[in-house]
Ligand binder design. Structure first.
Ligand SMILES: [Zn+2]
Ligand SMILES: [Zn+2]
Length: 365
């Protein structure tokens, strides 16, 4: 009976299969084990970087060929419709979001309380079925209740906030630090809000898309600087005027080696460059200055165990996600939504609604 029930989902059939192996199709409704819950998905957001990577024939490092076919989507929220018989923390009809990470609990790093370095690190929407579907099954212990003042759409974006929270932990910001964020995508605009509501003295976002800088300035009250992509000396000079001693922290979200070096030129003595992205072919143009001034580069990967603090930050308004949700689509229109996200420079977070009918769409900008 139950195992004959099916549901709609956005599935990739084979590893490195890319778009030609991707389809929106019927798959079996999930089985709920004793310690699990089944969630009716209300919102699942597109993680532009990850989803574009799969679409182009890539695959996350944690994924193995035997994990396929897989339903993508690691940023989701919904209503609980089934609970296993050992579940006590969650009830049917609860509004929840789920920490997407999968940790083995048994490896060297898990036992050292370093879960982010788990040798078997995994994630829903990568190697367990994710949220681009009508339903998803999850461990009850990974679920978090959504406060009343947070919408399903905002709650779906808890994961990117949690990743930014991890970057905050990594940068060890000191009271009175002056901080710049390079880039004005959704992660940059979340990081900027977290920095603004920290003990930083000054926060500035440096980006090349005016509409995104406008959101930052008008909605979040954060200073911005327009970056001229063909001439970095313009924003570097402006930073030098405002902060003659250089910045204490620069967070790069752009992933470009040239931008990373622009960041280093704006850093003061003892400054920290936080790499919130992977930079290929990174080089340090002036290693002597880098060494003598004890500057450092700190990497920030994703997150584990940061959902609670992230939900608190969203609930209190320290992170306002509403202006970042620019478009909403039905699951059937997933490809159109992804293409739009990749081509429209004004788009930020795109929410997919499995309950919506094909063609149903909302543009919030
Ligand atoms: Zn994500
Ligand atoms: Zn482990």
């Amino acid at each position: 009976m139950d195992n004959e029930k099916t549901m709609r989902a956005m599935v990739i059939d084979t590893m490195y299969g890319g778009r030609k192996a991707t389809k929106i199709t019927d798959i079996p409704y999930p089985y709920c084990a004793d310690n699990q819950i089944i969630i009716k998905i209300k919102a699942c957001s597109i993680c532009k970087h990850c989803e574009a990577f799969y679409d182009g024939g890539g695959s996350a490092s944690m994924v193995k060929p035997q994990d396929y076919p897989i339903t993508l989507g690691h940023e989701f929220s919904g209503e609980v419709v089934e609970i296993g018989r050992n579940v006590h923390n969650i009830k049917i009809r609860d509004r929840v979001t789920v920490d997407n990470t999968v940790l083995c609990g048994e490896c060297y790093h898990c036992k050292r309380d370093e879960p982010l370095y788990c040798d078997n690190f995994g994630s829903m929407g990568h190697n367990l079925h994710g949220g681009f579907a009508e339903y998803v099954v999850a461990l009850a212990e990974k679920a978090f209740l959504i406060p009343d003042n947070i919408s399903y759409e905002e709650a779906a974006c808890t994961e990117p906030v949690a990743c930014c929270m991890h970057a905050m932990d990594r940068m060890q910001l000191r009271y009175g630090d002056n901080v710049a964020i390079l880039g004005a995508g959704s992660m940059a605009l979340i990081l900027a809000q977290l920095v603004k509501h920290s003990s930083a003295n000054h926060t500035v976002v440096i980006g090349s898309t005016q509409s995104k800088l406008d959101i930052c300035k008008n909605q979040f009250g954060i200073d911005t600087l327009l970056m001229e992509r063909s001439n970095y000396s313009i924003h570097e000079e402006k930073i030098k005027e405002q902060f003659p001693q250089g910045l204490d922290i620069v967070i790069d979200t752009t992933g470009s080696a040239e931008m990373a070096n622009s960041a280093l030129r704006m850093l003061g003595k003892g400054g920290k460059l936080i790499m919130y992205t992977q930079v290929d072919n990174m080089y340090i143009a002036n290693p002597a200055q880098f060494t003598n001034y004890e500057q450092s580069i700190i990497m920030a990967y994703c997150q584990t165990h940061n959902y609670g603090r992230s939900i608190d930050a969203i609930k209190k308004g320290y992170v306002n996600l509403k202006p970042l949700i620019t478009h909403e689509y039905s699951l059937e229109d997933y490809m159109e939504a992804l293409d739009m996200n990749l081509t429209d420079r004004n788009s930020l977070k795109i929410i997919i609604h499995p309950e919506w009918k094909k063609g149903e769409k909302k543009v919030n900008i």
